[in-house]
Design a protein. Structure first.
Length: 335
């Protein structure tokens, strides 16, 4: 298996009616529709039969949160892989174009939309007159929402500057803001919860965004030995990231759903059902990562591991979408 695209002549010879890239375009379209559909229609499906009621506009909030998470993954992954490339012997200087400016723009719009919801008392605004911008400075959630808007704006400017690595600081501010937002002071041990979310979100962004950047880099480099070395280096770090994600995820779940009630809440609450779906998706991702690692170990000079790695990055994208949905659902009850 190689990463070189077949030429148009070879494609025409095998199938004169086949259009290069048509299948890939359809797959991207299907994934895009699915990424939008899960947050928008997920709340009603997750809440069915639970007796719980979601906040107004939960589907829209889930979609905006998923976009925000994805906007974090892309630039952090690029910075992470940029460090890995420096450790690859004889690495080609040719690297794919950065998607960080586009990600920052998407994150800015998503953060702006979320801030507008906070400015109307966590309700969906129907007109500009309903948005109380000044009120954002009067609440903790409002200040965190403004911080995220400004941080994505600064990150976009840094991504377009001569020192794109500087965007790590505003992106770190977004991660901290998300960690604090997810655990208000009224919760039990909010600083512990924020710390767990901080580690969980950071590792998840590096894992998902890093794999996307690695695959884009391998596509640019072609079937050369540095490509296999980069994939192997990423796989070793990803194993540590997976361990950290698993540990912080389990700990956070136990804090919100005590061991004596977790099995019941996984099936009887919207949060538990969505969490269970996320766990299953992460298990699939871990299996694909193991498959890619085995392939890479058997043939370190080839890039046959790219096939499961591509499936892995798609599954990680679904994990990001489900994570956005998880933030918009009612928290489970501590019985």
């Amino acid at each position: 298996m190689t990463l070189i695209r077949p030429t148009s002549e070879a494609t025409d010879a095998g199938d004169p009616t086949r259009r290069p890239g048509a299948g890939r375009a359809v797959a991207v379209l299907v994934l895009a529709v699915l990424a939008v559909a899960i947050p928008l229609f997920g709340p009603s499906a997750a809440l069915h039969g639970t007796g719980e009621v979601a906040a107004p506009g939960a589907g829209g909030v889930a979609l905006l949160r998923a976009v925000l998470f994805a906007a974090l993954c892309v630039p952090l992954g690029e910075l992470f892989v940029g460090l890995l490339v420096r450790s690859v012997p004889d690495a080609p200087p040719d690297v794919p174009r950065s998607w960080a400016p586009w990600a920052a723009a998407a994150g800015f719009l998503a953060a702006l939309g979320l801030a507008s919801v906070v400015a109307t008392g966590n309700l969906v605004p129907h007109s500009l007159s309903e948005i109380n911008v000044g009120g954002l400075y009067e609440s903790r959630d409002g200040k965190l929402a403004l911080l995220e808007v400004n941080a994505f704006l600064v990150a976009g400017l840094c991504a377009r500057s001569a020192r794109p690595a500087a965007q790590v600081w505003p992106l770190a501010a977004v991660v901290v803001a998300e960690a604090l937002r997810a655990h208000p002071p009224t919760q039990l041990s909010p600083l512990t919860g924020s710390g767990l979310t901080l580690v969980h979100l950071t590792c998840a962004a590096l894992w998902a965004g890093g794999l996307l950047r690695v695959l884009r880099t391998l596509r640019r480099w072609g079937p050369a030995e540095p490509g296999a070395a980069l994939l192997g280096l990423y796989a070793r770090v990803a194993a540590v990231l997976l361990a950290a994600i698993t540990a912080t995820g389990v700990w956070s779940s136990l804090r919100r759903m005590p061991p004596g009630t977790i099995l019941e809440q996984l099936t009887d609450t919207a949060y538990g059902r969505t969490l269970l779906a996320k766990v299953l998706l992460v298990a699939v991702v871990a299996a694909l990562a193991l498959w890619a690692r085995i392939r890479l170990h058997r043939a370190p000079a080839s890039l046959t591991a790219c096939a499961p790695a591509r499936a892995e990055v798609v599954a990680l994208g679904l994990v990001v979408v489900v994570s956005g949905l998880l933030t918009a659902l009612p928290l489970p009850i501590r019985w």
